[in-house]
Design a protein around this ligand. Structure first.
Ligand code: GLC
Length: 824
């Protein structure tokens, strides 16, 4: 038995949620009657889990004459029999919870269907009686004359005449949806009862439909009235008192200031849709200018800590244009409706893909914005595969057609006769279900569905998206939207090119100097942020998420590194203090290095085993072999060349690679830094010159030998230049004069080095031309005839990458391919 308590317990779960909105009837028909049902949804839960969403918002599923797609409820306590019954609903909740999916249902409390028994009773009840007063009546249809009409295309007034009651009744939506009278305490009690019923069953929260219109008062616009807020606060107190971790999500299509009022002081609704931001995302992409977005967010008040916006691109209704100015509305109509029939009420009845001309790059960009801006994203079913629409179906039905599962009959949605479907499937040539469906996209890792899966799952790894604050950056190029999302120590930089052309953009990031941006999707590291503006180039409709991370091994600022003062370089290794130097300076540095492979082990001691002096008074340097003893397992030898770089001012310090810095070291009163010698060009080049001259350096009986295969193998007259390759793994690689490749082994051993032996054998004995030729090596020859190989020099092979990256890429491609195969 699966317990619903298994669902992760978390009071603020809605802040990190990704909500998927769907209609039962549209999702999957399990019994072939042409209408989707709960059994069908149960069968498709694996799909939603795989998509990565964390909550399902179910559109109304109650018994209803379905004249407003179920928002006209005729019974609050049961399930429309076409969709199932309470038993299967319970099973659905259980199965959803088992997959860590929360369930949000509709609580339509502003109005009922005129078929609801309450209305039938009211119209017949005595005027003034309690039953009659379940609804709002008037003999005068001019009452509340300041109130706007919402469904402008169908309703001439908010009052309709009821011939039975012989009175007018109030309705903010369709005339078959009379508004409940919230001034009647019995109505309020009914609502509490309905809520308890569903919450007890395990529902995790409610979308409070049309919530600003609950009360009516003369000489007001009857929206957002104090009485409405007070009622919602009571509702919340009731829920909090009886249940844990439940959610109230308000549908208040208002300007930000009025919307934010629905959060109260954190004592009203937990969540609330941000309606105004939605059309502005569309405007910004069309205008190729970030202003509509930055402006509306600037107008949005900050909200209580426990609250959260819900943001969306499309839903089951028209793309509403109520919360824009007249000019903005004209612009939106002009830009986003090619056919006049797409207009409805104050909005546009299109799905996401048709609105964006079915442009994959625009669909990605808009979703990217949805997943980046503050709030919890809500995805409308079918938009994750780019479904089309059909406004010829009337009302808003064109965006409510069957989900497209496959290229089979009825898009794999139902076995019924196609004529029996509750609505026809999409056959528009640009969006026909034969090509736009889940099955074909699951099998193609480049599909929109896979892109959506990736962005959903990537977003879930960063709490900053759901919880962080937003701070806009203001680069001169207004076509690029740039902002940071910061939560605790997590900093994400978000960049979106709103234009259809490539852009270059310089962004002030001095606040993050020393951080290395890691592009989140690819995990690629970008160059470190310096004191200067950072230049990004972006492709058409391009976007980036960067995690701004302190550079690897960068423990706080440079000032946090140890400081050492000596009179002479040799003092570092003086018998009285060397132990401290080994434990306190060398050990922590090496531990943080990428190439140190024993990070998981407990180090017992670190001792300098060999110390070969390679410098002079001006530029002291020592080549160290260090003996690492661990609490468990075999001891290991690591090599670390040390060098001192004199610095005169901040500029000269900045030239030193931060990764190489071990300690601030002043010698004889002169300032400088103790660094990993490979990062000191002078030291590096010295190694090359020694190789050219096949130098042998005596040291305590041992000998440092620079060996090349033949005298002519290494040409090194004149200037030497060298650079360190950035792909650092367990070794460090240097390229000399663009011609020679030196691999400096970090973990060494005083026995045979198979890498060197094999390469040398293949070059010198087998004359095998398919490996980079062996040229030479640097080794330490011990008195006992053993050798420690420190470095090998080879011919470089021109190549566009390295084996490590190649292997990683191949593995990634492999896993992507495996993931798209049908599950067995
Ligand atoms: C909400 C719903 C919409 C419905 C209306 C009336 O706005 O989103 O679909 O028609 O309420 O219930």
């Amino acid at each position: 038995m699966i317990d619903k308590q298994e669902i992760e317990d978390n009071v603020h779960w809605y802040k990190d949620a990704i909500i998927y909105e769907l209609h039962i009837k549209a999702f999957y028909d399990s019994n072939g009657d042409g209408v989707g049902d709960f059994q069908g949804l149960l069968e498709k839960l694996d799909y939603l889990e795989d998509l990565g969403v964390t909550a399902i918002w179910l559109l109304p599923f109650y018994p209803s004459p379905l004249r407003d797609d179920g928002y006209d409820i005729a019974d609050y306590y049961s399930i429309n029999p076409t969709y199932g019954d309470i038993k299967i609903f319970r099973q659905f909740i259980k199965e959803a919870h088992r997959r860590n999916l929360r369930v949000i249902t509709e609580l339509v409390i502003n109005h009922t269907s005129d078929q609801h028994p309450w209305f039938q009773r009211a119209r017949r009840a005595k005027p003034g009686s309690n039953y009659r007063n379940y609804y709002v009546w008037s003999d005068d249809p001019n009452k509340y004359k300041d109130v706007r009409i919402i469904f402008t295309d169908t309703e001439p007034s908010n009052w309709s005449w009821d011939p039975v009651a012989k009175s007018y009744y109030w309705h903010r939506f369709f005339s078959h949806q009379p508004d409940l009278n919230f001034d009647n305490p019995s109505v309020q009690k009914e609502i509490f009862k309905i809520m308890d019923f569903w919450l007890k069953m395990g529902v995790d929260g409610f979308r409070l439909d049309a919530v600003p219109y609950l009360f009516e008062r003369e000489n007001t616009n009857c929206e957002n009235l104090p009485e409405t807020h007070q009622f919602l606060k009571n509702l919340r107190a009731h829920v909090d008192q009886k249940f844990d971790n439940k959610l109230l999500l308000a549908e208040a299509n208002m300007w930000p200031e009025d919307s934010a009022a629905y959060f109260g002081d954190g004592d009203e609704c937990h969540m609330n849709y941000h309606f105004p931001i939605m059309p502005r995302m569309f405007m910004a992409v069309k205008m190729e200018d970030r202003y509509p977005i930055t402006d509306i967010i600037d107008q949005t008040p900050s909200i209580p800590e426990s609250c959260q916006w819900a943001i969306f691109l499309r839903n089951h209704d028209e793309l509403t244009l109520e919360m824009v100015t007249d000019e903005e509305r004209d612009y939106m109509y002009k830009m986003y409706t090619k056919d006049l029939q797409a207009k409805i009420n104050v909005g546009i009845r299109h799905r996401l893909a048709p609105l964006l001309d079915n442009s994959r790059s625009k669909i990605e960009l808009m979703n990217f914005l949805l997943f980046s801006l503050p709030g919890t994203p809500v995805i409308y079913y079918g938009d994750e595969i780019g479904m089309g629409d059909n406004f010829y179906l009337g009302d808003r039905d064109g965006v409510r057609t069957p989900m497209q599962w496959s290229a089979n009959k009825n898009a794999g949605f139902s076995e019924a006769n196609p004529q029996k479907l509750y609505l026809p499937v999409i056959i528009d040539p640009g969006y026909r279900y034969e090509s736009i469906n889940v099955e074909s996209q699951q099998g193609n890792p480049s599909s929109l569905l896979w892109w959506m899966k990736r962005i959903i799952n990537t977003r879930k790894q960063f709490k900053a998206f759901g919880r962080g604050d937003i701070h806009f950056l203001a680069p001169a190029n207004a076509k690029v939207l740039a902002f940071t999302r910061v939560y605790e120590k997590q900093v994400i930089l978000v960049l979106a090119n709103l234009s259809r052309f490539s852009q270059a953009v310089e962004i002030e990031l001095t606040e993050f100097e020393g951080f290395a941006p890691v592009e989140i999707f690819s995990q690629n590291k970008f160059p470190k942020i310096t004191g200067k503006p950072y230049l990004f180039t972006m492709g058409p409709h391009g976007y980036y998420w960067f995690l701004l991370e302190k550079e690897e091994g960068y423990q706080g600022s440079r000032d946090a590194l140890p400081q050492i003062k000596v009179d002479r370089w040799e003092e570092l290794f003086a018998a009285q203090t060397v132990a401290r130097f080994e434990q306190k300076i060398l050990q922590p540095y090496i531990r943080a290095c990428r190439w140190f492979g024993s990070k998981a082990k407990v180090i017992k001691s670190v001792k300098i085993k060999e110390n070969i002096s390679l410098g002079d008074k001006e530029r002291p340097a020592s080549w160290l072999i260090l003996d690492f003893q661990y609490n468990e397992g075999l001891a290991e030898l690591y090599q670390l060349p040390l060098a001192w770089v004199k610095t005169t001012d901040e500029e000269s310090v900045k030239l030193i690679n931060r990764k190489s810095m071990i300690a601030k070291l002043s010698i004889g009163g002169e300032e400088g830094w103790l660094i990993d010698g490979v990062f000191d060009e002078h030291f590096r080049n010295k190694l090359f010159n020694h190789l050219v001259k096949r130098q042998k350096i005596k040291t305590n009986g041992d000998q440092l030998v620079f060996h090349t295969a033949s005298r002519s193998a290494l040409k090194g007259e004149g200037e030497v230049n060298s650079k360190i390759l950035s792909a650092e793994q367990s070794n460090t690689s240097v390229i000399y004069n663009g011609t020679y490749f030196m691999k400096l082994y970090r973990k060494v051993d005083n026995t045979i080095n198979p890498d060197l032996e094999i390469t040398r054998f293949l070059t010198e004995k087998a004359q095998f031309s398919s490996v980079p030729n062996f040229i030479g090596d640097i080794s330490l020859q011990h008195k006992d005839q053993t050798r420690t190989i420190l470095a090998m020099v080879q011919e470089p092979v021109p190549n566009p990458g390295d084996a490590w990256e190649y292997t990683k890429d191949e593995l990634q491609h492999y896993f992507e391919r495996v993931l798209t195969l049908p599950k067995v």
